[in-house]
Design a protein around this ligand. Structure first.
Ligand code: G3I
Length: 316
């Protein structure tokens, strides 16, 4: 096997990369995106501010650009994301809503988007980042107006229109066993007991060398699998304090290998997606000044030690 996608397939997993529309003018970038990866996630194109810029007016142009590329390269697509506190349109955040109004708006948003991509998007991040680090609910617009039941409702509404899509909850800092992942464990257990269609848990995996490798990643993946949901690593990247020395890149490579391995050994872990594949297009430097070099390819699209370490752990 020559590609990460092919190597992962031997383990019945996918190996994917997020992408974003501004990158679609970069031919060298697209060649690797289409050639090396078996799955993709639009980094921004399916978010609420983009897909429903005015109330009830939907625009899937950017998302369709990603869908067409994925189709041409036989890539699976993860839908990201239906309900999130970030990147919401101003018409939604700029006024207050009664619970009844917001329920109707939320239901229409979810069902219109899921229906549009029915049969083409196989995994949906239905609710993204619902918890705080201490395991309490994040006080989002949805939580504050609708209470915690918005999560079950969102899952049910999505399931109604596309019963075959795998519906996920997704978050960061839930890679290992900690208060936040415990909160998801309890919630998913309850949702399953209540017959709510939750079918997956997404570990974003935005790691930073300075914070250490999270404790108990494999154990954490396994406990969700044992609850009866699949697990996906959805947004993996591992940032370092710049400059990136050979020593830091070696540690980063070992971390990528360890994280991918933790997924490989759990049957119900379905695949790994990195949050774009090249440092050229990583979100990190704009949000964490002085940090970066988080992805397996450098800014010139040259594979780094992390790329080789991932290949090796996949058996290549
Ligand atoms: O669309 C505008 C464009 O019109 C403008 O010219 C440009 C100037 O800065 O900004 C553009 O918006 C940017 C948007 O990405 C689209 O490129 C925003 O400023 C920027 O903040 C936004 O960042 C995205 C971030 O989510 C926002 O929360 C990143 O690209 C995206 O990779 C990141 O992804 C999130 C996941 O959805 C959830 N998990 C964490 C992850 C990393 O933050």
């Amino acid at each position: 096997p020559r590609t990460l996608a092919e190597l992962a397939e031997k383990h019945h997993k996918y190996f994917g990369s997020a992408t974003d529309n501004p990158e679609f003018t970069d031919a060298a970038y697209l060649k690797l995106l289409g050639g090396e990866f078996g799955q993709t996630t639009p980094g921004n194109a399916m978010k609420w501010e983009t897909t429903e810029p005015r109330r009830g007016v939907f625009d899937f142009t950017a998302a369709e650009e990603v869908m067409a590329f994925a189709k041409a390269h036989h890539q699976k697509v993860r839908g990201h994301t239906l309900v999130w506190h970030n990147q919401l349109p101003a018409w939604l955040t700029g006024r207050s809503w009664t619970a009844g109004e917001l329920r109707a708006v939320l239901k229409n948003h979810i069902q219109t988007e899921v229906r549009h991509f029915k049969g083409r998007v196989i995994h949906w991040d239905v609710v993204n980042e619902a918890f705080n680090e201490d395991g309490t609910y994040r006080e989002s617009l949805f939580y504050k107006t609708l209470g915690p039941g918005y999560i079950a409702d969102a899952l049910r509404w999505a399931h109604e229109v596309d019963p075959h899509a795998k519906l996920y909850l997704n978050d960061y800092n839930v890679d290992g066993v900690n208060a936040k992942s415990d909160a998801y464990y309890k919630l998913i257990k309850q949702l399953k007991a209540d017959g709510v269609p939750v079918e997956g848990f997404g570990l974003q995996g935005h790691l930073a060398l300075q914070y250490g490798f999270p404790a108990g990643v494999q154990e954490n993946i396994q406990r969700f699998a044992d609850l009866g949901v699949e697990v996906a690593v959805t947004e993996l990247d591992i940032r370092v304090n710049l400059p990136a020395t050979p020593e830091k890149l070696a540690t980063q490579a070992a971390w990528y290998a360890d994280y991918v391995k933790a997924c490989l050994v759990v049957r119900k872990c379905v695949g790994v997606t990195i949050w774009d594949y090249t440092d050229k297009y990583s979100w990190i430097p704009s949000v964490f000044p002085g940090e970066g070099a988080a992805l397996p390819y450098d800014e010139n699209l040259t594979p780094k030690p992390a790329y080789h370490a991932i290949r090796k752990v996949l058996g290549g």
